[in-house]
Write a protein that binds this ligand. Structure first.
Ligand code: PDD
Length: 283
């Protein structure tokens, strides 16, 4: 079935939606994006995603395509038009179309594209089984705090995981885990939740922010610092978070079983709290 998508002010059937070959997103990956999940037809943490979008645009001196109110309306219209009960809205802003040049063009209108994907995000079978990961070198650029559309390195990481017969990859730089290919990475040791501190080295996940807040509210101990693969392999539990996976247990890293080799109680509890709270606060 053809979806309705949004491109630069118009709602179109997906096959009619077009972007210029001179768009700097296409030529230079000169763009940023957001992924907002939908549960029960409602958006989870929409405001958080829009705040991070504004920050990404600002960090790259990119113009803001439209107001937050307008962006919210576009999200809502697409969810309704495509009858999305569970899935996501993908939003992308690029610097716009201009003849190819490394120097940023002046006075160009940014391109704005949004589309929905219907997906079973809350998959209890996957959450109950947990996922297996391998480690791969983090080949990305130095500003991972900006959610850019340059996703070749994470894509190559996911392909390495696929070739190894596992589900995902954790990225390693200077002997320390930065994050997952498209999620934030955590370990649990003696009840303490450990995840890398925020810096230019990782994306400040919207799910990460919510999960750490819920963990602290539930009197769970949280430590924000980096950790190695060796430390992760000795941990009691491991998990990842993102808008599309929520809280997902990791049961194996580079062939070594984590803890009991089954999803642990902390990850399970955090997933439950996250899903409950998100369902309540979804808009
Ligand atoms: N990815 N780290 C990276 C590198 C990511 O790409 C993502 C999200 C996250 C988690 O951020 P959040 O909790 O805000 O989703 C962390 C999205 C889901 C994607 O690229 O599809």
């Amino acid at each position: 079935m053809s979806r309705t998508v949004y491109v630069n002010g118009e709602y179109l059937a997906e096959e009619d939606a077009k972007i210029s070959i001179f768009d700097r997103g296409f030529l230079m990956a000169d763009g940023v994006y957001e992924v907002t999940s939908i549960l029960d037809g409602k958006m989870i943490d929409f405001d958080g995603h829009m705040k991070r979008l504004a920050r990404s645009l600002n960090e790259l001196d990119m113009a803001t395509p439209t107001t937050d109110a307008e962006l919210e309306e576009i999200h809502r219209k697409l969810i309704l038009a495509n009858d999305v009960n569970e899935g996501l809205v993908y939003l992308q802003v690029t610097r716009g179309a201009a003849d190819r040049d490394f120097v940023f063009p002046v006075g160009v209108t940014p391109s704005l594209v949004l589309f929905t994907q219907t997906k079973n995000l809350n998959n209890p079978a996957i959450a109950e089984a947990g996922i297996k990961v391998i480690s791969v070198p983090d080949l990305r650029w130095g500003r991972r705090d900006i959610k850019t559309i340059q996703l070749l390195a994470p894509s190559v990481g996911k392909m390495a995981a696929k070739a190894a017969g596992v589900d995902d990859a954790w990225l390693v730089e200077d002997g320390q885990v930065t994050e997952g290919t498209s999620n934030n990475a955590y370990i649990v040791k003696e009840g303490k939740i450990i995840t890398r501190h925020l810096s230019n080295d990782i994306l400040s996940g919207i799910t990460r922010g919510a999960v750490l807040r819920f963990a602290r509210e539930a009197q769970m101990e949280v430590e924000e610092r980096s950790f190695s693969i060796e430390e992760a392999q000795q941990a009691d539990e491991a998990f990842v978070t993102s808008a599309t996976t929520f809280v997902l247990p990791v049961i194996e890293i580079d062939g070594a079983a984590i803890g009991s080799g089954k999803p642990g109680p902390v990850a399970k509890r955090l997933r439950e709290i996250y899903l409950d709270e998100s369902r309540k606060s979804g808009t």
